[in-house]
Design a protein around this ligand. Structure first.
Ligand SMILES: Nc1ncnc2c1ncn2[C@@H]1O[C@H](COP(=O)(O)OP(=O)(O)OP(=O)(O)O)[C@@H](O)[C@H]1O
Ligand SMILES: CC(C)(CO)[C@@H](O)C(=O)[O-]
Ligand code: BAL
Length: 636
């Protein structure tokens, strides 16, 4: 092993630079050390047992001496332990027994599985112990350096030294995320399950495609898998498509038969398919994408001898008990109503697909087959739980539910996201099928549906403030289409979300001023668990932006709390503004405290209900949110 002298300090390096020693110059070690070096730290030595590791040191850490472990540890102010998980504990203990750890030395490992307890022997000798784990896969080449920019790193360390771990990650361009010591095993298992098992899954799909005669299965699969991955990461399970979520047990059965016939060599594919389809069914059931009867049929098809009884008897890992408490509930009852749905024969066990119509003529025909009261929900598609809450409200108020899905060009201004707005009618219809929706009106783009109307709705002064100020013409476009769809569908009730509070107020005014004879019902904002208002546009957010987007609801909640504590209108506004101002990467369009009916600003002496509304860009995505506040006017 060569043993050249320690790397000399490079001119221009920052005063706070550290001497970094790398124990285990595998892919991760070499790349992280190279990144630390590029921000001014000195790499004082690396261990490299295999020829590949030595080559890597030469390529990524030129000039860095390859040394024995003990010497690396002796020279380094920061020891980077990038060894396999299974040897980490013994290595740290062994070096402690040899008395190699030094007080004040930074000892950092990059294992996902462990927090800092595995470094306890080093800590006992006075070292500062940190665990950082990049959620990234590395090739061990210089290409990896750019992957560190924006890469999330799990950091675990005792409170007082946590900032050191965070600072190290930030220095090399990563985004630190604190993970508690006890959460590390699950954290790491989740990453391995997602990233590593995905590789196995893709390889299985490729092997099966080859037997179907596709010579380049990877190329064939790539666009579909990229789209599915993107949808899953951005939209979660709501983006699920395919036979399971459609309740198509016949297709799943045919798949199992086809894969089962591929022979011994591909037996693992059929086996994995069965397991994952079962898990998918249970998740679709738990998240309301699938109702009980089709789920039962799927699980029957998917049960192999041994697990059939478990499937029916047990509580699943997803927490969905089988049979579900709601078995035979409202949806099943609706599905068995004789003469239900546009004259179709009842199909007791299948989720009833809504009738989808694309033209005004088809709509008229389908409505004629729906006698009784009807409720309308207007949407622009890319449906989420917020929309489904509206649909459920609609169902509770009328015998039939009609949902419109249309990305209305009249309400988008130049430079807005009309083109980019997410569109997936199949997925929307699949969701609506599970909500008992009768009819979906999705005007096709080629029907000259809204083009150049000569008579236009004038929304009046409320359309000139807040949303209307930033989006001139927006509310004229909204009311034009709302009036048109109300006239076409002629519902008894139309349901709108409070998320678009100004829109809801204007729709009420439209209906009142033009005597449209429909009851307008508002539904409270549906939020994610962390408070973010659900919106189709949330799908545009990167993980970092998704975190920053929380600032909106936090700012509103702070204002609401200030009002509840007796704050004046000005105090409420100030508290919210402070939360917004403290956030990076959130560009506020407006924050306003207004009268919920007139949308005029509230003056200082106002008491009673107010609407605190915000709009902001997070990256390039414009989000809106609002909360009602109750001004007590008790605090001077
Ligand atoms: N989180 C939510 N809670 C309650 N209602 C909602 C929510 N999100 C949307 N709605 C309502 O659903 C209806 C259709 O809205 P739209 O299709 O524009 O959805 P969106 O998610 O608000 O999309 P966007 O990203 O365009 O704001 C509107 O009445 C809207 O107020
Ligand atoms: C009401 C609406 C469907 C009109 O296009 C739209 O503004 C929306 O989705 O809120
Ligand atoms: N949810 C309102 C529709 C729009 O932003 O255009």
């Amino acid at each position: 092993m060569s043993n050249p002298p320690t790397e000399p300090a490079r001119p221009g390096a920052r005063p706070g630079r550290l001497g970094v020693g790398v124990v285990g110059a595998g892919r991760v070690g070499a790349v992280l050390a190279s990144a630390l070096r590029s921000v001014g730290h000195a790499v004082v030595g690396a261990t490299a047992v295999s020829a590949e590791s030595r080559d890597r040191v030469e390529a990524l850490l030129p000039g860095v001496p390859v040394l024995e472990i003990e010497e690396v540890v002796e020279r380094a102010e920061l020891v980077l332990l990038t060894v396999p998980d299974d040897v980490l504990a013994d290595l740290v203990r062994g070096l402690a027994e040899l008395g190699r750890w030094q007080p004040g030395q930074l000892v950092v490992h990059t294992s996902g599985r462990y927090g800092t307890e595995v470094l306890a022997p080093a800590r006992a000798a006075g070292a500062i112990t940190l665990a950082i784990h990049p959620a990234m896969t590395f090739t061990g080449t210089s290409l990896d350096i750019s992957r560190l920019t924006g890469c999330p790193f799990a950091v675990t360390a005792a409170g007082p030294v946590l900032p050191i771990a965070q600072a190290l990650v930030v220095e090399i361009g990563g985004e630190p995320v604190v993970v508690a010591e006890e959460d590390r095993p699950v954290y790491h298992a989740a990453l391995a399950h997602g990233a590593n098992h995905l590789v196995t899954l893709v390889a299985q799909a490729e092997r099966a495609l080859r037997t179907a005669g596709l010579d380049e299965p990877g190329t064939y699969l790539a666009p579909l898998l990229s789209a599915a991955l993107d949808g899953a990461v951005r939209g979660g399970e709501q983006g699920l498509t395919g036979p399971v979520v459609r309740g198509d047990a016949g297709t799943v059965e045919a798949h199992l038969a086809a894969l089962g016939g591929l022979g011994e060599e591909l037996a693992d594919v059929a086996d994995t398919y069965r397991h994952l389809a079962r898990a998918t069914t249970r998740r679709a059931l738990a998240t309301g994408r699938l109702s009980d009867a089709p789920a039962a049929r799927l699980l029957d098809v998917l049960a192999d001898g041994a697990s059939a009884a478990d499937e029916r008897a047990g509580t699943t890992a997803a927490g969905a008990a089988w049979p579900p408490a709601a078995a035979g509930g409202a949806r099943a009852a609706a599905a068995t109503t004789p003469g239900d749905r546009a004259g179709r024969a009842p199909e007791p066990a299948t989720p009833l697909e809504p009738v989808v119509v694309r033209t005004r003529a088809e709509l008229r025909g389908a409505l004629a087959a729906l006698p009784g009261t009807r409720a309308l929900v207007m949407t622009m598609g890319a449906l989420h739980e917020g929309h489904l809450t509206l649909v459920r409200e609609a169902r509770s108020r009328a015998e039939h539910v009609v949902v419109s899905v249309y990305v209305n060009p009249l309400q988008f201004g130049p430079g807005e996201d009309f083109e980019a707005y997410p569109r997936d009618l199949d997925a929307d219809v699949a969701l609506l099928a599970h909500e008992g929706v009768d009819l979906v009106f999705a005007p096709s783009d080629d029907e000259a549906y809204v083009a150049e109307p000569l008579v236009r709705v004038d929304p009046g002064p409320v359309a000139g403030v807040l949303e209307g100020r930033t989006r001139p013409g927006h509310f004229a476009g909204v009311l034009q289409i709302v009036a048109k769809v109300l006239n076409l569908v002629r519902p008894d009730v139309a349901v709108f979300g409070q998320k678009d509070a100004q829109q809801l107020a204007l729709v009420r005014t439209l209906v009142r001023d033009l005597d449209l004879g429909v009851e307008i019902v508002g539904v409270p904002i549906r939020r994610e668990d962390d408070g973010l208002a659900m919106s189709s546009r949330n799908a545009y957010l990167s993980p970092g932006e998704r975190r920053r987007a929380l600032t909106l609801s936090r700012a509103l909640a702070a204002g609401r709390d200030a009002a509840a504590a007796g704050g004046t209108a000005a105090q409420v506004r100030r508290v919210s503004e402070e939360v917004l101002a403290a956030a990076d990467g959130v560009e506020v369009d407006y924050l306003a405290l207004v009268d919920p009916d007139t949308f005029l600003p509230l003056d200082e002496r106002a008491t009673g209900p107010g609407l605190l509304a915000v709009a902001a860009w997070v990256g390039t995505t414009r989000l809106i949110d609002n909360m009602t506040v109750d001004l007590q006017g008790t605090r001077p």
